[in-house]
Design a binder for this molecule. Structure first.
Ligand SMILES: [Mg+2]
Length: 374
């Protein structure tokens, strides 16, 4: 089996590129990478020469070759995001060629269904309670709320927002809060973050995400040590090597690598194995696409530790581009596909349609009364 060609799909004007890899025996594998489409298309053009004519069953060697041949061009960022797209597609192809689901290829599945959490922004705050109710009705047992205005206002105003959220979610819902500290010129410092962590503990919040700027390793170390609530972050880090200093310093309780950024499932697996040795849980960051969600379902199924799949509710790139939509079971879990590969079919027509209508992921916010129309 040989890789003969690939096609790059750019349905989104901002981020998220889809990669479809073809082989000489008629198989097709799907991958996706985070980053601006132009950046990723350029990076993929460079990488293509190292992938053509390769056998996708040798996915680890091919991927490591890509990392090793891009030391001068990337070592992280968009180049690594592009490698992620290639790597995920190779896992999909290898699973299909061997007739096994990716979760089995990862070494084995601990779960037949994995807990999912509904992930949305706080804004528009006027519709927040309604959206939480809708997610609960849809079967989500865990819900994460993020970004503006949390952390950009006083502690008292932040507490008001959390009171509203907890009231709407009820006591039974597992609630997570994401401050979004990878926002430019992030204002919260260690003591601001600790005050908020203590406040969140009073509302039974399960984890507090990105409370500090991504590079504040010292702050994160102190915060993880002092916070009564679990501290999570890592969604902007790329390459396994970037994670190691955070693990060695126990600068988080939960690490959140993104399969479409860090280098794909190969890198996710290595990060998870390292994290386990330091007693750190892994919950993939999944504010991306259906390919990312499918990868995360298999990845989480292969973890023995407690984890979740992030499900970006209402995102057309998650909810509207697969042949069969993702469906929660009665326990708020997503079933792990038993078919070979990732177990998703991507609707090419739908990707083209989103591209033609100028879909831009950053401009949409989910409102129960106003869905993105394409
Ligand atoms: Mg986040």
């Amino acid at each position: 089996m040989k890789i003969t060609n690939w096609h790059v799909h750019t349905p989104d004007q901002r981020f998220h590129v889809f990669l479809e890899i073809e082989t000489d025996n008629g198989l097709t594998g799907w991958g996706a990478g985070y980053s601006y489409g132009g950046q990723l298309a350029g990076a993929l053009e460079w990488l293509k020469r190292f992938v053509m004519n390769e056998n996708p069953l040798e996915f680890e060697r091919i991927t490591e070759k890509l990392h090793q041949t891009t030391f001068w061009l990337g070592r992280g960022g968009a180049m690594t995001h592009a490698i992620s797209a290639v790597n995920i597609a190779l896992w999909d192809l290898a699973g299909k060629a061997l007739g096994v689901p990716v979760s089995v290829l990862l070494g084995g599945r601990y779960h037949e269904a994995v807990p999912a959490y509904g992930s949305v922004l706080f804004v528009p705050v006027e519709t927040l309670a309604g959206r939480i109710h809708t997610m609960r009705e849809r079967g989500f047992r865990s819900i994460k709320l993020g970004w503006d205005p949390f952390g950009r206002q006083s502690l008292a105003e932040d507490e008001k927002l959390i009171r509203l959220a907890r009231h709407a979610a009820g006591d039974e819902t597992n609630l997570m809060i994401d401050a979004g500290g990878s926002y430019p010129f992030w204002p919260l410092r260690y003591k601001d973050a600790l005050e908020r962590a203590q406040m969140l503990a009073n509302y039974g919040v399960y984890w507090f995400e990105e409370a500090l700027a991504p590079d504040d390793i010292e702050g994160y170390q102190r915060l993880a040590d002092a916070s009564p609530v679990k501290i999570s972050h890592g969604e902007v880090l790329t390459r396994r090597q970037s994670f190691l200093p955070y693990f060695q310093r126990r600068a988080m309780d939960i690490v959140q690598p993104d399969a479409t950024k860090v280098g794909g499932l190969s890198e996710m697996r290595r990060i998870a194995w390292m994290a386990a040795e330091y007693g750190i849980d892994v919950v993939p960051h999944g504010w991306n696409t259906a390919v990312g969600v499918a990868s995360d379902i298999h990845f989480v199924a292969s973890l023995a530790s407690r984890s979740f799949v992030e499900f970006n509710v209402g995102n057309p790139l998650v909810e509207q581009i697969t042949g069969t939509p993702f469906r929660l079971d009665e326990h708020g879990c997503l079933p792990v596909p038993a078919v070979p590969g990732l177990g998703i079919e991507i609707d090419r027509e739908r990707l083209r349609h989103l591209a033609d209508t100028g879909f831009a992921s950053e401009t949409w916010t989910w409102d129960e009364n106003k869905e993105f129309e394409a």
